[in-house]
Design a binder for this molecule. Sequence first.
Ligand SMILES: Nc1ncnc2c1ncn2[C@@H]1O[C@H](COP(=O)(O)OP(=O)(O)O)[C@@H](O)[C@H]1O
Ligand SMILES: [Mg+2]
Length: 382
Amino acid sequence: MLSYVTMSSPFIYEDPLEPPAVLAGRTAELALLRDRIAETRNSRLQGPRRYGKTSLLKAALAAADKDGFVPIYVNFLGVLSAADVAERIERAYREQLDGLLKRWFAGVVSTLRPRVKAAPAGIGVEVAPETHVPGLLDRLTLPRRLQERHGRRCAIAFDEFQDVVRVGDALTGTIRSELEQHGKVAAYVFSGSHPGLMHDLFSDRRHAFFAQAKPVDLPRLDAEDLAEYIGSRFESASRDPGEALELLLATADGHPQRAMLLAHHLYENTRPSATATSEEWVMAFSGATHDANPEVQAAWDSWNNSERRLMAVISERTTPLQGRVAHERYGVSKTGSNQNTVERLRRDGHVVADETTRTRWRVVDPLLELWLANGRSWPVPA
Ligand SMILES: Nc1ncnc2c1ncn2[C@@H]1O[C@H](COP(=O)(O)OP(=O)(O)O)[C@@H](O)[C@H]1O
Ligand SMILES: [Mg+2]
């Protein structure tokens, strides 16, 4: 009985997975990223929120580390200016280098220009924050300096890059022109959680350098990969997901974080040496919807009425967007503006294209989809 109390759930659903933790599936994507890094080529990870982008970035850096690269993970979430970007980069090197390289960094950082240019006293010239770049440039050149001094190459992950894009074109232009000179010195992997902004940056010809970062797509996880991953973790803890596994896989619909959230709750409701049944599944499902609820409410609150209506129709999967049912039951207007609205929802990462539905769109989050399709309330599973 003691193990029931002390053996905590082996499913991580809040923070990204940290190496050496193993990911469910993703072997092809990991191998591709590893190869691209080994050739010092740049990539960009594409996938909706919570599809495991950060987890995969970290796994790819751990692999690159084994291949002799110096791994650097930079998280840009929340940056507002070039100074913030410079600070995040500096912090990443400071926290992630060890031994000899840590001492090298301590030396080199003292020679860098300050991250924020000190305003000359008495001169009231207003300069836009994104043009304060000397300190940033110095930090962007660190891989070149490291290569010169130690002959090592860097594998650099730029995560939550959409927030850098939001600061403005001047900043991404600065970054691009420096990184263009990193040929064999560093491999970059860009990742971001706003599909629209990431697409603009990487597909626009004005941003030629970024266009060379080959896309690595993160699709939904295979049911077989998930079944194996979840099943083996239950087994290691002397539990059996039983018939609940199939229900879990159908509900998660390949969504990585939702699968882990459901698996966590199923685990918590399954006693040691026991096999989960539909009873444990009901408890697990209700625990998971309880956790997901604030996020579902926040998404709903963020939409205007046309967005809400279209999301509701899309969640049905079988109702056409322009038909009578969409109009009468959901109040969807018959104007052409629906396409713009769906496009906005796609750019924000709420829906993705899906050839198998009547609308040709699918709600990214399967729990949000359930809530929408169930008349904006949580279903109680039979
Ligand atoms: N392939 C995977 N195997 C196991 N867990 C995963 C996988 N992908 C994502 N997760 C889980 O889902 C959650 C979201 O993953 P994360 O890497 O933070 O996604 P993103 O960066 O795309 O938002 C994490 O808690 C992580 O443990
Ligand atoms: Mg992330």
